[in-house]
Ligand binder design. Structure first.
Ligand SMILES: Nc1ncnc2c1ncn2[C@@H]1O[C@H](COP(=O)(O)OP(=O)(O)OP(=O)(O)O)[C@@H](O)[C@H]1O
Ligand SMILES: [Mg+2]
Length: 377
């Protein structure tokens, strides 16, 4: 298996795998440097984590390097786990005051009102843990203390707290918004970055008039990467990988994969694997078939979890995106009595991002799932 594939998908894009987003990156870097809070929103897999990691990398490389703590709420799972993630990330701030002390760990722990347990991994790095029954008040203290120790660094260098997958807040049972609002007011120099997908959840938390975090952050929304940039990236990377492709083939990849950067890179990856000397149209078709076959078991599982009506709706959408899903004629075409039964049927699919609205029409979000539903490949 060659490991020199010039495309990358699934986890954040870094270095040579990262393209475009110059304006968004400049905007984010400037806000983080200046302590202006940001809400970074996009549908799934458009590149939020890649973007804030690129911003973090730029700020880490600047002089003096920024002090940044990042935690991913999807990895939190519980308040105590979230506290542990935060403490672990905070301890690693390079050049922090405690890091310069002879006894860095006690010096760090002294700054937390809720004492963590400390163990050491094989490399001698500390791991922090908190009681599984950590209460809401204690979690608030940990979050506040991490904010305060970031603020210790302010004035000397840019400081920021990045909370990724912020839409998962309720899922993991955290009640942070009011606390964060208070902390953002108390420590204006700390740039808070809240990144998340699922627009309706993010809106409820931050951008609705009644939302607890309303008005406290600049919103940065990620759309698709412009087609010309993506084409140039695909062509250049294929050349670097030693199996060139032309612009027409790159556009064909975009046609099949749709606008989500992750899907474009996924198809390009499999097309590159399928190619011998050049990535041509045939290689793209073969790559599409590989990508679909690879996830076939997953798609079958996904389908098995849907109701018969949902299966009919999503399969219909896989063939033909629809602009008027709640019309009587669409309802009839999927064997439902009324538009409102379509609405009920679609709701979980929309909430789960299996089906999304793009350019005013409803489509199956994942192009590989759509191809599998159509029986392509
Ligand atoms: N700037 C970029 N240049 C090239 N590819 C990108 C870029 N941003 C994202 N991608 C592609 O999208 C994939 C997912 O990126 P990333 O994990 O940053 O998205 P995300 O919005 O954070 O996703 P999620 O909603 O799952 O958290 C990457 O592996 C890469 O294939
Ligand atoms: Mg992400």
């Amino acid at each position: 298996m060659p490991s020199d594939n010039p495309f990358h998908y699934g986890t954040p894009a870094e270095g040579d795998f990262f393209t475009g987003r110059r304006r968004e990156l400049d905007a984010l870097v400037a806000r983080m440097r200046d302590g202006i809070n940001v809400v970074l929103v996009s549908p799934r897999r458009y590149g939020k984590t890649s973007l804030h990691r690129a911003a973090q990398a730029r700020l880490a490389a600047s002089r003096p390097p920024a002090a940044i703590v990042e935690a991913n709420l999807l990895h939190a799972g519980s308040p105590s786990r979230f506290a542990a993630l935060l403490a672990g990330a905070a301890f690693q701030i390079r050049g922090a005051r405690w890091a310069r002390a002879r006894q860095a760990v006690p010096e760090f722990v002294r700054r937390l009102r809720v004492a963590p347990t400390v163990s050491f991994d094989q490399a001698g790095n500390p791991r922090f843990g908190f009681d599984a029954a950590l209460g809401a008040r204690e979690l608030d203290e940990v979050v506040s203390d991490v904010y305060a120790l970031l603020a210790e660094e302010q004035g000397r260098r840019p400081v920021a707290l990045v909370l990724d997958e912020f839409q998962a807040l309720d899922l993991v049972g955290l009640q942070l918004p009011n606390l964060l609002k208070g902390l953002a007011d108390a420590y204006p120099a700390v740039g808070l970055v809240l990144a998340g997908s699922k627009r309706h959840l993010m809106e409820r938390l931050v951008s609705h008039r009644e939302a607890p975090l309303y008005g406290m952050a600049q919103r940065i929304t990620l759309g698709p990467i412009p087609e010309d940039e993506m084409v140039a990236y695909l062509v250049a990377r294929a050349v670097t990988g030693g199996r060139p492709m032309d612009g027409t083939t790159a556009r064909y990849i975009l046609d099949l994969a749709g606008p989500v950067p992750n899907d474009v890179q996924h198809l390009a990856y499999d097309a590159f694997e399928a190619a011998t000397s050049r990535v041509d149209r045939g290689a793209v078709d073969a790559g599409m078939a590989r990508a679909v076959a690879h996830d076939a078991a997953l798609f079958a599982e996904l389908l098995a979890r849907l109701s018969p009506a949902q299966v009919r709706v999503i399969t219909t959408l896989a063939y033909q995106p629809v602009a008027q899903p709640y019309s009587a004629s669409f309802a009839r075409s999927v064997g439902l009595a009324t538009g409102s039964s379509v609405r009920k049927t679609l709701l979980p699919l929309l909430e789960n991002d299996d089906v999304v609205e793009r350019d005013g029409v409803l489509v199956v979000a994942d192009p590989f799932f759509a191809a599998w539903l159509r029986g392509d490949g």
